[in-house]
Design a protein around this ligand. Structure first.
Ligand SMILES: Cc1cc2nc3c(=O)[nH]c(=O)nc-3n(C[C@H](O)[C@H](O)[C@H](O)COP(=O)(O)O)c2cc1C
Length: 173
């Protein structure tokens, strides 16, 4: 799949077929994540792969009952390893770089999933402490996104984007 086409045609999918994600596809998606750029190459990301049904349901509940998470065959919880970035970069590392690293890995993941014929959705609305408890995430590691992945069970239209003229500023804001 051509990159620009992949970027444009990827959609957030919130309904999944009851069909497992092959392990080699999942590994390819995680491999793509691993090759994201990161501040100082610290790779301040962690990926929690959740396949167990009960756990997925607990994660979905923590995500304001966005139940499509539990219906996807797999959900990856992307975390920022804030401690790793803070050790080198202090507060900016903890509060910004680690989140950026994990976010870039997330973008690679959703594009790779799309290229593999799979779909996903970035879910950011969740009770962090609840996700932390359910998945035993330690202090200094912050869950930033839940990514349900599976075969698409819907084909939504592309939501509109702002025109470039509204968001591109030349030579200053
Ligand atoms: C930081 C972030 C948080 C998001 N959180 C949610 C969410 O909690 N639930 C959801 O259904 N979609 C969520 N989305 C998906 C957006 O709604 C979606 O990307 C946007 O509407 C554009 O649609 P598209 O991805 O199909 O282009 C989130 C996306 C981002 C980037």
């Amino acid at each position: 799949m051509e990159l620009f086409e992949a970027i444009k045609n990827r959609r957030s999918i919130r309904a999944f077929k009851d069909k497992p994600v092959p392990e080699e596809k999942l590994m390819k998606i995680l491999e793509a994540a691993r090759w994201a750029p990161s501040a100082g190459n610290l790779q301040a990301w962690e990926f929690i792969v959740v396949k167990e049904q009960k756990l997925k349901e607990q994660v979905a509940t923590a995500a304001l009952s966005q139940w499509f998470i539990a219906e996807a065959p797999v959900a990856v919880v992307v975390c920022a390893n804030q401690n790793r970035s803070a050790r080198r970069y202090g507060e900016r590392g903890r509060e910004l770089y680690s989140i950026q690293d994990a976010t870039l890995a997330t973008q690679n993941m959703i594009l790779a999933a799309h290229a593999e014929g799979l779909s996903s959705c970035i879910v950011g609305a969740f009770y962090e402490e609840e996700v932390r408890r359910v998945l035993k995430i330690p202090e200094g590691v912050r869950p930033i996104a839940i990514i349900p992945i599976g075969y698409p069970g819907e084909r939504p239209e592309a939501p509109e984007r702002y025109e470039l003229s509204k968001v591109v500023h030349r030579n200053g804001y």
